[in-house]
Ligand binder design. Structure first.
Ligand code: ZN
Length: 200
């Protein structure tokens, strides 16, 4: 999967406007990403009821963390926050402008009948990739950081990514689409990785 390296000019900074912009940038931080298996990745996340300053900081942190990884999508449960918020930017071309998206309470309202197979990966399952079949197009509605209701029909990599991230909000990982043997193999590799990390 293509990754953008957004470390130099971080588009997350550009998204934050208003009088508190300086404060946000100052407190913005990378958040540690949870590695599977972790019960927090299996939980259904709670809906967002209001756009608060804390939520704006969370969104900025998530974008920063995603670009730094680097990844093309991140869901709040992946940083241990059980809220229905995802961020993504699937722009592949190096010379194209970034498109950081923040989706609050995203819901898939329609999917195409035709499907697409993508080799998916996940920041919570590092260095493991597998083919997953999903609808080629997905229409999604969500609330943006200004409280507006937004709807868009996603295609290609964007469609795959948005479905993958929304799955995270329902405690579902891409390996849940695989057969049990492959899933167990990946899970054992992650358990080993976590043991090694814990030992330092
Ligand atoms: Zn993921």
């Amino acid at each position: 999967m293509a990754h953008r390296d957004g470390c130099k000019e971080n588009p997350a900074h550009a998204r934050i406007a208003g009088p508190l912009a300086f404060a946000y940038v100052a407190v913005m931080a990378l958040r540690p990403i949870l590695i599977h298996p972790d019960p927090r990745l299996k939980k259904k996340a709670d809906p967002i009821t209001a756009v608060t300053d804390d939520l704006r900081v969370l969104a900025a942190d998530m974008l920063e963390t995603m670009y730094d990884a680097p990844g093309i999508g991140l869901a709040a449960p992946q940083i241990g926050v059980s809220k229905r918020i995802i961020v993504m930017d699937c722009v592949k071309e190096d010379d194209a402008p970034p498109r950081p998206l923040v989706l609050l309470n995203p819901e898939v309202t329609w999917t195409s009948e035709d499907t697409n197979t993508y080799e998916e990966g996940c920041l919570s399952i590092p260095d493991q990739f597998a083919d997953v079949v999903r609808p080629t197009q997905a229409e999604v509605t969500w609330m943006d950081l200004d409280g507006n209701q937004v709807s868009e029909k996603f295609d290609g990599l964007w469609a795959t990514c948005v479905q993958h991230e929304i799955d995270h909000l329902d405690g579902k990982l891409f390996i849940d689409y695989l057969g049990p043997l492959k899933r167990q193999m990946i899970t054992r590799k992650m358990q080993k990785l976590k043991r090694e990390k814990a030992r330092g």
